[in-house]
Design a protein around this ligand. Structure first.
Ligand SMILES: [Zn+2]
Ligand SMILES: [Zn+2]
Length: 355
């Protein structure tokens, strides 16, 4: 998910999931391009943009982003998946602002109660599900098949000189070093499949049972669930009427899906007053070993560590500087109490990258 540094409201959030050379972007709030730049996400890598619903804090940055991609002649084939009406929104905006999109742009519209599966590549699919919110809102389940990758540690242990010769090993299939022959297939491992679930704005408690069941079934055992928690326990009675979730509801969603990790986002500004902000943290380098927290700023879940981003309430409480008397300090405990396995908070967004 990506921190939107120009956003005046912290609820402006988006998620960028990067795998291999592709990026799937979930939601496009105002300022998304700045965030993408900040996190060094190349616009040319974006292959799919999923817009969960048509509220402005999720879609205001879409057309500027697409026109920018077109202006820079990024001719990658891009697919936008959004609720019914998104085509009209894009057409009107384009017509009135004399803008153009790439001719290869594909737009798919979602309808409530209808699940849509979009093949992003041979190894990756995105399936949509219906949520319950003030307006039609959707979730997406992103599946990425594990790829075969060279096992550097095993090669090292076997005495192979790590460096340019690795390239030869991949290219040629076998390399002889000091009289010993190394065969590529002996040192490859296939990364396991990954599943990331992104839920747009929604109230988990009041979801239509069959919609919720279908989502849970599809999302089961996901590596990461990104779920909103707009309101704290003080607003639990009012949250359903506004189509939003509390940490406890998000925790129930996480438990139902048996998510390995959940990130709660879209937190109402009312809980963020007085917290330091607007100094986006430098993301850790890709493949780094740690999830970096800077105060209560964006998270970067990266490469190898993606499996290990299991955050306890202690880590977040201590690492993010949430004052103990802030209602926000209850967010993590509430979600854990509801049955979530591991939880962290993202003020406005984070980038998720895995190999
Ligand atoms: Zn929203
Ligand atoms: Zn909304």
């Amino acid at each position: 998910m990506i921190y939107s540094s120009t956003a005046s409201y912290s609820t402006n959030s988006a998620a960028a999931v990067q795998f291999g050379k592709r990026v799937v972007l979930f939601d496009a709030p105002e300022g998304i391009q700045h965030s993408l730049m900040h996190y060094k996400v190349s616009l040319g890598k974006i292959s799919t943009i999923f817009v969960s619903h048509l509220h402005m804090d999720h879609v205001a940055g879409l057309v500027p982003l697409l026109t920018s991609m077109n202006t820079r002649a990024l001719h990658t084939r891009v697919t936008v998946i959004g609720p019914k009406g998104i085509k009209e929104l894009m057409d009107v905006y384009c017509r009135l602002t004399f803008s153009d999109f790439a001719p290869s742009l594909q737009v798919l519209e979602m309808e409530e109660g209808v699940s849509l599966t979009h093949p992003i590549s041979e190894s990756c699919t995105l399936t949509t599900h219906t949520l319950t919110h003030a307006v039609p809102s959707f979730a997406a389940v992103l599946r990425v098949k594990g790829r075969a990758a060279i096992d550097i540690e095993r090669l090292k242990t076997a005495g192979f000189p790590i460096g340019p010769l690795c390239g030869d090993l991949i290219k040629l299939g076998r390399v002889t070093v000091n009289g010993r022959e190394y065969i590529h297939s002996d040192y490859t491992q296939t990364n396991r499949d990954r599943k990331v679930v992104f839920c747009g704005d929604c109230c988990w408690d009041t979801a239509v049972p069959e919609h919720r069941a279908a989502l849970v079934q599809d999302a089961m055992d996901c590596d990461l669930l990104i779920h909103e928690a707009t309101f704290g326990r003080d607003m639990a009675a009012r949250a359903p009427g506004m189509g939003h979730s509390t940490p406890s509801m998000a925790g129930c969603a996480s438990k139902a899906m048996q998510a390995r990790c959940m990130v709660m986002t879209h937190i109402s500004n009312r809980y963020l007053q007085g917290l330091e902000r607007d100094v986006p943290a430098e993301p850790t380098s890709e493949g780094g070993d740690n999830t970096k927290y800077s105060k209560y700023e964006p998270l970067f879940l990266s490469g190898k560590c993606f499996d290990a981003v299991f955050v306890t309430s202690d880590t977040v409480q201590h690492g993010c500087g949430i004052p103990g008397d802030s209602p926000l300090s209850q967010f993590i405990p509430d979600a854990l109490e509801a049955g979530a396995q591991a939880v962290c908070l993202a003020r406005a967004g984070l980038k998720v990258a895995f190999s």
